[in-house]
Design a protein around this ligand. Structure first.
Ligand SMILES: *[C@@H]1O[C@H](CO)[C@@H](O)[C@H](O)[C@H]1NC(C)=O
Ligand SMILES: *[C@@H]1O[C@H](CO)[C@@H](O)[C@H](O)[C@H]1NC(C)=O
Ligand SMILES: *[C@@H]1O[C@H](CO)[C@@H](O)[C@H](O)[C@H]1NC(C)=O
Ligand SMILES: *[C@@H]1O[C@H](CO)[C@@H](O)[C@H](O)[C@H]1NC(C)=O
Ligand SMILES: *[C@@H]1O[C@H](CO)[C@@H](O)[C@H](O)[C@H]1NC(C)=O
Length: 953
């Protein structure tokens, strides 16, 4: 049945059984060297004996349901809105049977539901096309699509695109301006997958060619496409499922025991720890197969949806069901095969993450309500006095006049420009908040509020369903309108106003909040009309009982479409507009755009924090799955509010959280208005000291972190990385979410529980060294969980053998640390020949186009116990030959871990062929820990921009 096809025209006859094959065009005669196969299986129709009484309003009755009698865990819910009864269930043509266990539905789909292939599969330049006819079954939600089109594109060996839509009633499609997916033009020749089509009911199965693992199999669930309800179920390869957001997931690996996750951007706090839909919409998951290969599936759809996870029968595999209330079913599948490959392949479609400004990796401090600029200054001064590295200060909405965007409060913050000047004079940066909601009221002095007036006349606000009157809600400034960031004049208006604000207060970055968009009213001042946009026939399992709860009416009008379709793109479009504004204000600087709401691809434009968490130990622990997930979603510059946003923190919690937060890619301490101050300076000297130490460690490691961001930007590699990405075949890593890696080589094992002074850390099978002492972890630890000491002032950090980390002497800000000498931490691995490796990406830290213009330095490091260290410059910044000031950096410190030598060695260093002795006073060998430490190398002029060698004998 499976056979290689050499000729296009014979393809169908050979492999598609019982269906007619019509070649699309005769001229497609070129030989096809495809190894995947197409099989169509025609199932017999069992003629119904009884006719189900159906809901005539929604369509004709169909044949009687053929009810599956197998394991009830295989049932796909036919009444997901709740309230099913025997008669309601039968009216839908579904099967009714009370389950014996908790979880399975009592009303579930029959096997004879869905669509059937009509007219056969047609070849297209990129794959297949087919028409499907709806099987005659009652309609559940009305407006069923009778004829739909399936499009399958084999876009890359590792990427399949599958689209199900009704050509006569094209559903909403996420515009290219929001997600610019790559154009596929040629058929991939050696796909990693096989395809199987079944004709009745129609289904498609995608399996991994090498192992047969299921990537996608729609035969489990019953395909439904109607105007406002589109559903498909598919089977997973395993129960190792990750991603799908934004929610609080208490564990990184999903619980598949009948969980429904709603998707619809919403201003809802993660602190509750429930299954509510949160700020972002990322319908993407990664599944790790039984052999450690990974696949990913993304549905490109901006409508509200549910994703239900259920276990499936024990001898089968878990099932995932999508229920979307609009748009098209537009799937991208990624075959990996490694977890890192999957993320790279996903961000290739949605867009690679931006390169952050170097200072954006520094420590940041924020609080809602410093009261006035005196309060703000106090915090700045006392934090500086602690000596804790500190790059960025924020202002929340209290800097504004009456919470109006683009203003600052002349009474309380009259000298804000001076505060900012002082920050800049000390090497620090300043970020202000902006919300989308624009006040409709006059200024305090009775003058017109110009941004609103300008916006009104330019027609930039989201309109009511009449398409011309701005919709009015209530947010922080009370009555407010909402910019339409999908309207080019809205984007322009936003940039103009940001520039005006910047002329008064010269911020370095913008923090955009409340952009789900959040509204303190449901819909608008005057509520929302009763129609199928505002009240769709099926409401996903979102927070609240109305689709427009806490946001705008769904029939509101935006340029990209009705709010119903584009709601979850609001924050994304605002991030794009804000990035554009920053670029127009500071054309040569990357700045920072920090957004609460996000969609697939937002990582190209903005950073993200995990929203309004609370000062609680569990919230700290949940932040790790959160940052790991945003790594999957292509938004690696992410962190949670350190010490917790809501509630009052304790010193112990804040100390532990500062330790963990020192390893968030985005590291900011922020708290709420009525929370006691929690900037580190308010705590005991011991807490301040340990916070300074851990932040110094962060700053020491920033060259490594920055290099990871470069790789993320260029290749899509993850920055913060779950252990399973590096050790996918080690099943124990699949559940690790209380530890994480930076890149491939640095393992962070924080304390996440009150009172603990030890931590259990898992060490996959490799060499691991304590970052602080350089000592190898003791005993038979490989592949084991080890209990490590973790007194209150310590976080455990380990370096993996085989890794070389570029470091730099820390300072109070990145402006100053970037001028300091560099260093290397070389962790040798087991095999002398393979040695260790690493790299450095270095540029001026803020130009937009340093990568485009090749104005950067790139160095590759290799090392082994016998050959020493080599630094090879791969790319030099322009202009050559004289390096720019930011590249004039010498190495000062080099540590080699895991080096077994009989005695203190003689060390030489310099350009290859020109090695000089390192003064023996600067060579230290710790025989117990097997660590070689070289210090004070600055005098030897070992510059980062030249090829170097260090040897020991
Ligand atoms: C995939 O198809 C090829 C033929 O093209 C076949 O040899 C192979 O066994 C199939 N793999 C699986 C897992 O079914
Ligand atoms: C910004 O500066 C301009 C010009 O000095 C002034 O007219 C305007 O009121 C200022 N805006 C705020 C919010 O203070
Ligand atoms: C950092 O140190 C430099 C001098 O080393 C000093 O000029 C600057 O004011 C300091 N900045 C902060 C934020 O402490
Ligand atoms: C909203 O209304 C304004 C007029 O007030 C109009 O200029 C603009 O194009 C409208 N936008 C949309 C998306 O309807
Ligand atoms: C924090 O504690 C203060 C008293 O120290 C109290 O007034 C305030 O309400 C508390 N805030 C929260 C959010 O619990």
């Amino acid at each position: 049945m499976y056979q290689k096809q050499d000729d296009y025209d014979e393809f169908g006859e050979e492999t598609i059984m019982h269906t007619e094959y019509r070649p699309r065009r005769k001229k497609n005669r070129r030989p096809l060297l495809l190894c995947f196969c197409v099989v169509a299986v025609l199932l017999a129709i069992i003629i119904p004996v009884a006719v189900v009484t159906s809901n005539r309003r929604h369509g004709a009755s169909g044949p009687s349901p053929e009810c599956p009698s197998g394991d009830e865990r295989e049932r796909v819910d036919c009444y997901p809105e709740g309230g099913a009864s025997l008669s309601r269930c039968e009216a839908r043509g579904c099967c009714w049977d009370q389950p014996a266990t908790q979880g399975p539905p009592s009303c579930f789909y029959p096997t004879n539901h869905g669509y059937e292939l009509s007219g056969g599969l047609q070849r297209t330049p990129l794959g297949y096309m087919a028409s499907l006819h709806r099987l005659n079954t009652p309609s559940a939600y009305g407006n069923d699509r009778e004829i739909i089109e399936v499009e399958v594109e084999i876009q890359q060996d590792y990427r399949l695109h599958l689209k199900l839509s009704d050509p006569k009633h094209p559903g909403y499609e996420v515009p290219e301006a929001a997600v610019k997916r790559p154009l596929a033009t040629t058929l991939a020749e050696h796909p990693l997958f096989n395809l199987t089509f079944t004709s009745k009911p129609f289904s498609i199965k995608v399996t991994r060619k090498s192992t047969g693992a299921t990537i996608f199999d729609s035969s489990v669930g019953k395909l439904t496409l109607s105007a406002q309800f589109l559903s498909v179920s598919t089977r997973l390869a395993s129960s190792n499922l990750y991603g799908l957001g934004e929610h609080v997931h208490r564990s990184y690996r999903h619980d598949l025991n009948w969980k429904t996750w709603p998707f619809f951007t919403r201003d809802s706090s993660p602190a509750a720890g429930d299954s509510a839909n949160l700020y972002g919409q990322h319908p993407f998951y990664m599944c790790v197969e039984e052999d450690g290969s990974a696949n990913g599936v993304f549905v490109l759809n901006s409508n509200a949806m549910d994703v239900t996870l259920q276990p499936g029968a024990p001898d089968s595999a878990p099932i995932v069901t999508y229920r979307v209330i609009g748009g098209v079913l537009d799937f991208y599948m990624f075959l990996g095969p490694s977890p890192e490959n999957v993320v790279q392949q996903y961000t290739e479609v949605i867009g690679r993450p931006m390169m952050p400004a170097y200072w954006g990796l520094g420590f940041q401090l924020s609080k809602w309500f410093y009261k006035n600029s005196r309060g703000l200054r106090e915090v700045i001064l006392r934090t500086r006095a602690t000596g804790i590295p500190y790059d960025v200060q924020y202002s929340d909405i209290d800097y504004m006049e009456d919470r109006k965007d683009f203003t600052y409060d002349g009474n309380n913050y009259g000298d804000l420009p001076d505060v900012i000047r002082d920050l800049h004079n000390n090497g620090q940066k300043y970020i202000v908040i902006l919300d989308p909601a624009v006040s409709t009221q006059k200024r305090r002095d009775g003058s017109p509020y110009v941004p609103y007036e300008m916006g009104r006349s330019a027609g930039v606000f989201v309109n009511t369903s009449d398409g011309k009157t701005p919709i009015v809600g209530q947010v922080w400034p009370s009555d407010s309108v909402f910019p339409d960031f999908t309207n080019p004049s809205g984007v322009q208006w936003w940039a103009d106003n940001c520039r005006d604000l910047h002329n008064n207060i010269s911020f370095d970055g913008l923090w955009i909040d409340m952009n789900e968009p959040s509204n303190f009213l449901n819909g608008s001042l005057s509520g929302c009309a009763t129609n199928t946009r505002n009240h769709p026939p099926y409401l996903p399992d979102i927070k609240g009982s109305l689709l427009y709860e806490g946001t705008l009416c769904m029939d509101a009008k935006q340029m990209w479409g009705d709010h119903y379709d584009v709601h979850s793109l609001y924050g994304h479009s605002m991030a794009i507009a804000t990035r554009n504004a920053m670029r127009s204000i500071l054309p040569s600087k990357r700045g920072v755009v920090l957004t609460r709401s996000s969609f697939a691809g937002t990582g190209q434009f903005a950073s993200h924090w995990l929203g309004d968490n609370k000062a609680a130990w569990e919230d700290m622990a949940w932040s790790i799955p959160g940052i790991l997930e945003f790594g999957l979603f292509g938004i690696p510059h992410v962190g949670a509010d350190i010490c917790g946003f809501g509630g009052n923190t304790t010193e112990e919690l804040c100390q532990r959280w500062m330790q963990l937060g020192a390893f968030y890619p985005f590291s900011r301490n922020h708290n709420t208005m009525d929370g006691n101050p929690q900037d580190p300076a308010v705590f005991s000297q011991a807490m301040i000291d340990s916070t300074r130490d851990v932040m110094m460690t962060r700053y020491t490691l920033l060259p490594y972190l920055y290099t990871l961001f470069y790789h993320a930007h260029v290749t899509g590699a993850t920055v913060v990385r779950p252990l399973l990405h590096e050790f996918p075949a080690d099943r124990k890593t699949w559940d690790v979410d209380r530890q994480f890696l930076w890149g491939r080589g640095l393992l962070i094992s924080p304390v996440l529980t009150q009172g603990d002074t030890q931590v259990d850390a898992y060490f996959p099978d490799d060499r691991w060294f304590d970052f602080f002492t350089g000592a190898e972890v003791e005993g038979q630890y490989r592949g084991q969980t080890v209990t490590l000491d973790a007194p209150l002032n310590k976080i455990n950090v380990h370096v993996r053998g085989g890794t070389i980390l570029p470091t730099q002497q820390p300072a109070n800000t990145t402006v100053y640390s970037r001028r300091n000498p560099m260093g290397l931490v070389v962790a040798l691995n087991d095999s002398d020949s393979a040695g260790a490796s690493g790299s450095l990406f270095w540029d001026d830290g803020e130009s937009y186009d340093s990568i485009e213009k090749s104005n950067f330095l790139q160095v590759t490091f290799t090392a082994s116990a016998s050959d020493g260290i080599r630094c090879t410059v791969d790319a030099l910044p322009v202009p050559v030959p004289s390096p720019p000031h930011w590249a004039l950096l010498p190495y000062d410190k080099v540590d080699v871990l895991g080096l077994d030598l009989p005695d203190v060695p003689t060390v030489k260093a310099g350009r290859p062929g020109d090695l000089r002795d390192v003064d023996s006073g600067n060579v230290q060998y710790d025989r117990d820990n097997k660590v070689l430490r070289l210090a004070n190398l600055v005098d030897m002029n070992l510059w980062v921009y030249s090829d170097l060698q260090i040897t020991w004998t």
